[in-house]
Structure formats: structure tokens, C-alpha cells
Design a protein around this ligand. Structure first.
Ligand code: NAD
Ligand code: ZN
Length: 379
């Protein structure tokens, strides 16, 4: 089958690889109809991780079930399904508690959490390919209505819609509250959209890519360009000097400062400044335990300089980690079916698999107009 293969830093190719196959009786094989490129792929693409050449990326997948293992009870050939990015067993302590991003059996003993096509997240192939093996299929497949309606919307259930929603849960967003989201990438846009679904009164979205700030404005948020002036001041000025009730980091350790330099702890400290005393902060932007390419010795070891004294003084709560996408995927799917959510508006390109090398390069540059790319292997 054809698949996107990582060759080395900023180099990928579409090549023939071994077909995805049933390995365990609880597996299914899915024919991939849509598979998205994620900001999380860029950490591997840019060569900042231990990802070995040869790996196939792709943790945001949906498609049609083609082959079904003997031990699968619920999923049938022909079913249309979306696969939340966490590969999880469904029966360990964490899965039973809804913490499927921290599944205790999907990865090596002593670690937690599995994912399709991601370094350090278990032995699972990625879905930027014609076919994908799905382990523990009864748990990992989220069923969708037959047909081809809402393909873009449902594809967002694999990661960024639940991840954005999770960010608002970690921050504790309640109806009527004010929310600041740092990062207007696909994840930040979905966090702002989730805050709107939850009835937030005002939502500020910080970035400096014009088309991304336009998306924020389109969904009813107030865009804040951090190249203009200090975003903390812009937001607190708009609130007569008060902070927002809640804040979200949808940037991660690759934060850029207004002068263009990488400053890994910028956003965390800005959030401590933006959010009011006793407010909540949800951090879904990714921080790595090590980053050989980091700008300084501390961040290379994943140690960031966060203003702990200020955080203590303000009595804020912080939640972080991979999103338990499966925990929210069914409910968010039902909002789409009911016509009450349309997260596919964030998709900027739908392209055949063969366009992946060009699409990666342009998404990596945060090229204006490139927000969320959906690869369509059958196209
Ligand atoms: P992205 O990397 O394109 O989005 C990041 C955005 O932040 C960009 O638009 C960039 O211009 C902006 N930015 C950079 N510096 C900034 C600053 N100082 N202030 C405000 N904005 C700034 O891609 P994405 O797909 O939206 O992913 C965002 C992050 O979320 C990544 O770190 C990704 O790995 C992570 N992620 C986490 C999970 C999870 O489960 N926790 C899931 C998916 C993605
Ligand atoms: Zn993702």
C-alpha cells in the first residue's frame, strides 16, 4: 500500500510499504478515507524527536472497516468509523476512569498511552496511508453514520476537536466565563470553538498568523496579534484590568516571541499573567521531556522556567497532558449529527496522499491560509 514515510528532518516521501494486516483477533483493518496532518506531527517532521526514518505518521484517521479479526464483537466490515488518536485497551484502570490517553497496556510497561504513527507511543502504524490496523477495535472505533456526509467534521473527532474540548475541561470553562486561548493553530481554534459551545461570554485568541486570527474572528472570538504589543496587556485592557476566568495553551514549547525567537516558556508565563486569581489553565500544547534542538540547555532537557511564585500568588490551577480524545468523541460526534457543531470549518485543504510532502512543508511554515490539511488517500 502507499503511505507517507519519514525519511529524515523535513523530508517525507509517499512510498510503497507493507500492507496493514490483522495481527491480533481484536484488530480490524480500515481503508483510510481521511487522515489529517497535525501540529504534533511537526515535532517528528522537524527532527526534534527520536523518530527513526521509516516510520509512517498519521494519528488523525477515519475510514471504512475492511477486515475484522475473529475476536471483534461490535464492529463489522463496511462500518464507517473515526479513530480517536489514543490507542487504548478499554480495560485498564486508566481507561476505565476515562483516561484513555494514559492507557496502561497499549505501550511498554512503565509508560502510559499509545497512538497511531507516533514515536514512543507504541508499535502502531500511522494512518497517512491507504490502510490502517486498529487494535482493540471494539473500543477504539467510534461508529459514524454511513455515507459520506460530514467527512471533514467527523475527521476532526480523531484529535483536535476533542483535544480543544479537553483544554476547556482542564481549564474548567463554565457558561458565561471569559477565556483566553494562546495559539490559533487548529487546536487553539477548536479550543475557542469548544469554549463557545460551552457558552463562554468572551473568548480571546492570541497568534500572529493573519488567516488564523481571521478564523478566530469568524467563530466569534476576539483576535489578539502578539506582534502588535504584549498580549497580556491587550487582553486585560479589554477587561478593564481584570484577567480572564480561564486560559488555554494551544502552542506548546515551540512558542515564538514577537521578535521571532523561540522561547519555550513564553506562553505559560503569559497565561499566568492573563488569567485572574484562582482561575484555571489548560495546557494541551505539547512539551517534550527532551528536545535536542531547543534554544537553551534547560529546554533541551524539557525544563522550563515558569514563574512559580506568581502562579502561587494567584492560586491558579493548571491541568495538562495528552487529551483523552475517546472520552469526548461520541458526544461531540452527536453534536455534529444534530447539526449543532461543524468543526470541519477549520480544514483549509483536502488533498490526495501524494501531495503530503508539499503540504507538510507549507503547514510547517505556518503558511498563511494553511491551517488544517486533510489528506484523502482515495482522492
Ligand atoms: P500549530 O503548531 O500550527 O499551532 C500553534 C500556533 O501557535 C501557530 O499558529 C503559531 O503561530 C502560534 N504561536 C506561536 N508562538 C505563539 C505565542 N507566543 N503566542 C501565541 N501563539 C503562538 O499546530 P496545532 O495543530 O494547532 O498544535 C498546537 C499544539 O498542540 C502542538 O504543540 C501540538 O503538538 C499540540 N497537540 C496536543 C495534543 C494533546 O493531546 N495534548 C493533541 C494535538 C496537538
Ligand atoms: Zn493530532
Amino acid at each position: 500500500m502507499k503511505a507517507v514515510v519519514y525519511k529524515g528532518p523535513r523530508e517525507i516521501a509517499v512510498e510503497d510499504v507493507e500492507d496493514a494486516q490483522i495481527q491480533n483477533p481484536t484488530d480490524v483493518v480500515v481503508r483510510v478515507t481521511s487522515t489529517a496532518i497535525c501540529g504534533s506531527n511537526l515535532h517528528m517532521y522537524e527532527g526534534r524527536t527520536d523518530a527513526e526514518p521509516g516510520i509512517t505518521f498519521g494519528h488523525e484517521n477515519m475510514g471504512i472497516v475492511e477486515e475484522v479479526g475473529k475476536g471483534v464483537a461490535r464492529v463489522k466490515a463496511g462500518d464507517r468509523v473515526v479513530l480517536p488518536f489514543n490507542v487504548a485497551c478499554g480495560f485498564c484502570d486508566n481507561c476505565r476512569a476515562g483516561k484513555s490517553a494514559f492507557c496502561l497496556t497499549a505501550n511498554e510497561p512503565g509508560t502510559a498511552g499509545g497512538a497511531y504513527g507516533y514515536v514512543g507511543m507504541g508499535p502502531y502504524g500511522g494512518g497517512q496511508a491507504e490502510h490502517l490496523r486498529v487494535p482493540f477495535a471494539d473500543y477504539n472505533c467510534v461508529p459514524l453514520p454511513q455515507g459520506d456526509e460530514h467527512e471533514k467534521d467527523f475527521a476532526m473527532l480523531a484529535d483536535i476537536f476533542p483535544t480543544g474540548y479537553h483544554a476547556t475541561e482542564l481549564a474548567g470553562v463554565q457558561p458565561g466565563e471569559t477565556v483566553a486561548v494562546y495559539g490559533a493553530g487548529p487546536v487553539g481554534i477548536m479550543a475557542a470553538y469548544s469554549a463557545r459551545l460551552k457558552g463562554a461570554s468572551r473568548i480571546f485568541v492570541v497568534d500572529h498568523v493573519p488567516s488564523r486570527l481571521d478564523l478566530a474572528r469568524d467563530l466569534g472570538a476576539e483576535p489578539i496579534n502578539f506582534d502588535d504589543s504584549d498580549p497580556v496587556e491587550q487582553i486585560t485592557d479589554a477587561l478593564d484590568g481584570y484577567g480572564t476566568d480561564r486560559g488555554v495553551d494551544a502552542v506548546g514549547y515551540q512558542a515564538t516571541a514577537a521578535n521571532g525567537e523561540e522561547q519555550p516558556a513564553t506562553v505559560l508565563n503569559q497565561l499566568v499573567g492573563t488569567v485572574r486569581h484562582t482561575g484555571g489553565i489548560g495546557v494541551v500544547g505539547l512539551y517534550l521531556p527532551s528536545d535536542p534542538g531547543a534554544p537553551d540547555e534547560h529546554s533541551a532537557k524539557g525544563e522550563l522556567l515558569v514563574k512559580m511564585g506568581r502562579l502561587f500568588e494567584k492560586g491558579q490551577s493548571i491541568g495538562t497532558g495528552q487529551a483523552d480524545a475517546k472520552r469526548y468523541a461520541h458526544r461531540l460526534r452527536d453534536l455534529i449529527i444534530a447539526g449543532r457543531a461543524e468543526p470541519g470549518f477549520v480544514v483549509s485543504q483536502e488533498l490526495p496522499l501524494t501531495d503530503a510532502p508539499d503540504a507538510y512543508a507549507r503547514f510547517d511554515k505556518r503558511e498563511d491560509g494553511y491551517s488544517k490539511v486533510l489528506l484523502r488517500p482515495g482522492m
